[in-house]
Design a protein around this ligand. Structure first.
Ligand code: Z5A
Ligand code: MG
Length: 229
């Protein structure tokens, strides 16, 4: 028996990541769904405080490293599950880690920055993609990454906006361009963009399943688990 495959669902806020990861996990059968940040772990509890309490202060570098540390907390579990034949579905992972930090760097230079989303002085590390990527090197590389992208106007209409630190429309625009800058979808054949604008939940599920079948990540494999390098 080969190992299960690692499938990542990334995307803009409210693009339907959690909805679609749960559906995909169900469709794949022997699977486990993991969400980042995982707010239940030791590091995850600090991240939760940071995201939900605007007066809780962390430097931008510290927040970045904590999100990565939170992924390392689950490193062994992910590898064990894959080797036990489980399909592991990730709801956000490294691309969110890099894109949000990069977006904070851009946002810190705008006139509206009050210090809640990003530090008021732009720190050079936050604009350095190599630095941002560094702490995640060595984590398992997804066999497939699906990036759910959405029209910014439609995004604004989705439910539940405005409760957490990064949920500001102006910031989300910068997040979208940061994701598109770092995804490397044109060269990396394991990364696919899925435009969900104007599509209902069932239609998005069908689009995702089409890619999953085409990339054969719904079958176990004999390939080694790749590491991010
Ligand atoms: N973050 C970071 O900075 N660094 C990191 O390394 C990581 C994360 C991993 C919390 O993330 C924050 O952490 C996030 C990035 C940062 N910042 N922000 N903002 P989170 O994952 O906990 O939370 P979220 O992504 O902001 O939101 P979300 O609620 O998880 O969104 P979603 O999962 O993409 O969407 P959803 O819950 O599936 O759907 C949202 C709503 O839209 C819901 O009412 C659905 O019923 C509806 N929906 C879903 N699909 C559709 C379609 N197709 N049509 C219409 N309506 C739909
Ligand atoms: Mg979600």
């Amino acid at each position: 028996m080969g190992r299960g495959q690692l499938i990542l669902i990334e995307g803009l806020d409210r693009s339907g990541k959690s909805t679609q990861s749960a559906i995909l996990a169900e469709k794949l059968g022997k699977s486990k769904l993991l969400k980042f940040p995982d707010r239940s772990t030791s590091v995850g509890k600090i991240i939760n405080e940071y995201l939900t309490n605007s007066s809780f202060q962390l430097s931008d570098q510290t927040a970045h490293l904590l999100f990565s540390a939170n992924r390392w907390e689950l490193n062994n579990e992910i590898i064990e599950l894959l080797n036990d034949g489980y399909f592991v579905i990730l709801d956000r992972y490294i691309y969110s880690g890099i894109a949000y930090s990069l977006a904070k760097y851009e946002y810190s230079k705008t006139a509206n920055n009050s210090g809640v989303i990003a530090s008021t002085t732009a720190s050079e590390q936050m604009g350095d993609v190599e630095w941002l990527y560094g702490p995640d090197k060595g984590l398992p590389k997804p066999d497939l990454t699906l990036f759910l992208t959405l029209d910014l106007v439609e995004l604004g209409k989705r439910k539940g906006w405005g409760n957490e630190r990064y949920e500001l429309e102006e910031f989300q625009k910068i997040v979208k361009s940061s994701f598109l800058r770092i995804l490397n979808h044109e060269e990396d054949e394991t990364v696919e963009l899925v435009d969900v604008s104007g599509k209902n939940i069932e239609e998005v599920t069908a689009l995702i399943w089409e890619v999953v079948e085409e990339k054969k990540v719904n079958q176990t494999t004999e390939r080694q688990i790749e590491k991010l390098s």
